[in-house]
Design a protein around this ligand. Sequence first.
Ligand code: FAD
Length: 551
Amino acid sequence: MELFWHRRDLRVADNVGLAAAADRVASGDGGADAAVTDDSAVTNDADATVDAAVAPVFVFDDDVLAHASDVRVRRLLDGLAALRDDYRERGSDLLVARGDPVTAIPAIADTLDADRVGWNRDYSGLARERDAAVRRALDANGIEREAHHDAVLHDPDAIRTNAGDPYSVYSYYWKKWTDREKADPVPTPDAEAVADSGRLADAVDTVARSDSPGAAGGPVADDGDAWGDDATGDDATGDDAARGDSGIVDVAVGDLPSLVDLGFAVPDADVGPAGTAVARERLDNFLDEAVFAYEAERDYPAREATSRLSTFLKYGEIGIRETYAATAKAMAAAESDSRAEDAPEQVEEFQQQLAWREFYAQVLFHNPEVVTANYKAYEEGIEWRDDPEEIAAWKRGETGYPIVDAGMRQLREEAFMHNRVRMIVASFLTKDLLADWRHGYAHFRERLADHDTANDNGGWQWAASTGTDAQPYFRIFNPMTQGERYDPDAAYIKEYVPELRGVDPDVVHGWHELSPTQRANAAPEYPHPVVDHSERRERALAMYKRARGED
Ligand code: FAD
């Protein structure tokens, strides 16, 4: 038996680590059920291999949960339910555990008599520390382990400047990224390669009735109340493999906890559907039509012009190799049929967004400190204004700047925001309200279903002119002209800001120029602008100049 640990790869298809494990058990190459006859030889006779299979597991890590939000846990649970259903269709199921993975993973491997544990790499700093601790715990228990590159097409170390440094400028990174050969999607495991549900249940049951300790030394119990208590330590990033000695692991077959079991509330936002089937349908539909107008349309939030795949990519419900291969196919088809001449460039524009995701993954990988620190240091430090009332108005979507408020309300309702509008609201927070980008990042982190540390942080630092490849500090978005240009009919604004529904688009976009009486007549319920953009623009310029020591 091999254990496969799902983390941010909630899919069976195009999953590098899972495919590798399935391939191995299918070929009888290793697996705990192959009988060991002496110290070195492994037999592959029929009895030995018939049982060989991969057991999939997901562990609710208390340390991760401590930093999670209602929205993200809701979406995670939906993704896990879809993954479990995919396994059930194959006659298998998903083992679900709660605890510290450093304890849980070796203990579950022991429960299943698994001699190897596989997973796909997660490149963020905390995940890397946790994985190092799990590796040590497995080594201490004599269990083999194997980590794979899966989440991105090119792993974060693969693309470097000619001088050997990681890239900090996207346009150069993209040139190398696009020239590199891309891996094909990996095969979906055969049903026979995955442990059947009865086998998983037996394994869990056996341990529940056994007094024998797990590999990590603690009892592994399916006590029917798998989510009842948090019995693990709270330092998931500790480095002591022996911590397992006191660990108790709850493990169950297919039983997902509820939000409440996990200590979260039902979010107001509709987090949308989850799972590989939905992601594939989205990708297919997008590549059928919208992608061919992507460059021209993607900045208009009222148009359905982008893929809306970010949440699926974040949870790994669709593989990046599969996604990229589908774009390459669409590009090849566009080159050979009678589509518009620029159709291949449109597809390439979309591929560029996938490359942004990989660019930010490598930025975070090489600079884990950017989660809290500016990527680009300003000599004197930035003196943020951080007015709590202004920040609160921004969060509520009540700044009196219609496009900003529409974006913030879309976030509240859908746990999503259009990319152009993310840039506008981020610029507004940092350069109109003069608030530290970390306030915005924290709010997005809580509210976005697609929150991804690398992309979110990259986006915020870009907007705040503190990041890689950042827009220069003197380029400040004008929220009125942005709204006018990208939402000319105010259709997006009106969808999310009902107070402005009956109002003429010119009035909506000129809201800041109206007198208080004119505003009261046009839309009495909608707020007056919290700040004056022109005045704040000057203050922002002065703030950044001071930070650069130019004052
Ligand atoms: P599409 O336009 O269809 O793009 C396809 C995919 O490419 C996306 O799903 C995403 O995986 C990737 N992508 C697109 N744009 C970017 C980008 N600028 N940076 C990195 N990857 C990109 N994206 C996230 O996935 N998670 C976040 O937490 C996140 N936070 C952001 C915060 C700010 C302040 C800003 C300005 C951008 C942020 N983005 C984030 C990037 C971008 O806004 C979203 O990826 C995009 O809006 C998702 O919609 P889509 O799937 O329809 O994108």
